[in-house]
Design a binder for this molecule. Structure first.
Ligand SMILES: NC(=[NH2+])NCCC[C@H](N)C(=O)O
Ligand SMILES: [Mn+2]
Ligand SMILES: [Mn+2]
Length: 300
């Protein structure tokens, strides 16, 4: 294992209805990602994009309440293979989405390397739906659940039948739009959730320290899944399912630098950047700021 970052784009868009999130990886690269990594003196290799096929069928299948299941499943099989290969090279994976369903592939690809991978899911949403509970049929709202082993077999069986992560190693930060079926999963499985209310009450510093302490000693790696809609849409307007009332740019930035300082992160992904919904390329620029902070950029 070296410290080289292995960067991989996963331009999947059909697990949600908006076109454009397939331009996420390019927009993040264009927002100055490589200059910032160069300034940090970080070694990296850009593996390019996974050649996913963004075919849409007609809407949601009434039998399963899943949208574009076949395409989402085959794309994520491919993503899992690519992430597996990248990790096998010894690189530190940094995956650029794509809609948040790509976490199904990322976590499946990573799962062979860990028996107790911790996951920090920074998101306005919980992404714990299944066909039976989803209000939309959009699989990007199901990826955390799938990785925990819940949901359609086509998705949960990618790279093996077993669950890819465990509920007691799963943390959601920034939640403020959680569906009823998801609340039940959180309660039943004992998933640790820091809502916006917790961030307001205790502050982001306390939340991050508490989250890190919760994982400490229990996990053999930590993956960050950063959904840009986790951040307040004042800063990240270019995303398909924005939710008002999120953490500020500064709070998110501090959360990232605390992850860097803790030195525990073994992989990360940044998802849901949609330049077609953006003002200029602002959202990708914020994503790059977050990535730079995550890998050690300091003000002085
Ligand atoms: N990754 C995301 N942006 N997910 C949004 C999910 C929204 C809603 N909970 C749903 O399941 O449809
Ligand atoms: Mn979200
Ligand atoms: Mn999400």
């Amino acid at each position: 294992m070296n410290n080289r970052l292995g960067i991989l784009g996963a331009p999947l868009t059909v697990a949600q209805p908006n076109e454009g999130v397939d331009f996420g990886p390019g927009s993040i690269r264009y927002a100055g990602l490589f200059d910032r990594l160069n300034d940090l003196g970080l070694a990296y290799k850009d593996y390019g994009d996974v050649p996913v096929i963004n075919k849409r069928t007609n809407g949601v299948d009434p039998k399963t309440n899943l949208r574009n299941l076949d395409h989402v499943a085959s794309a994520n099989e491919m993503i899992a293979d690519y992430v597996y290969d990248l990790k096998k090279q010894g690189d530190v994976p940094l995956i650029l989405g794509g809609d948040h369903s790509i976490a199904i592939g990322t976590l499946a690809g990573l799962s062979q390397f860990y028996s107790n991978l911790g996951v920090i899911w920074f998101d306005a949403h919980a992404d714990l739906n299944r066909g039976e509970t989803s209000p939309s049929g959009n699989i990007h709202g199901m990826s955390l659940g799938v990785s925990l082993g819940m949901g359609h077999e086509r998705l949960t069986s990618i790279h093996g039948q077993e669950a890819k992560i465990k509920p007691e190693h799963t943390i959601i930060i920034g939640a403020r739009s959680v569906d009823e079926g998801e609340r039940q999963v959180i309660r039943e499985q004992g998933i640790r959730v820091y809502t916006m209310h917790d961030i307001e009450t205790h502050g982001i510093t306390w939340v991050m320290n508490d989250a890190l302490e919760y994982l400490n000693g229990k996990v053999d790696g930590v993956h960050l899944s950063l959904d840009v809609d986790g951040i307040d849409p004042n800063h990240t307007p270019g995303t398909g399912t924005p939710v008002v009332g999120g953490p500020s740019y500064r709070e998110a930035h501090l959360a990232m630098s605390m992850l860097y300082n803790a030195g525990v992160l073994t992989s990360a992904e940044v998802v849901e950047v949609n330049p077609l919904l953006d003002e200029g390329n602002r959202t990708a620029e914020v994503a790059v700021d977050m990535i730079a902070s995550l890998y050690g950029e300091k003000h002085v």
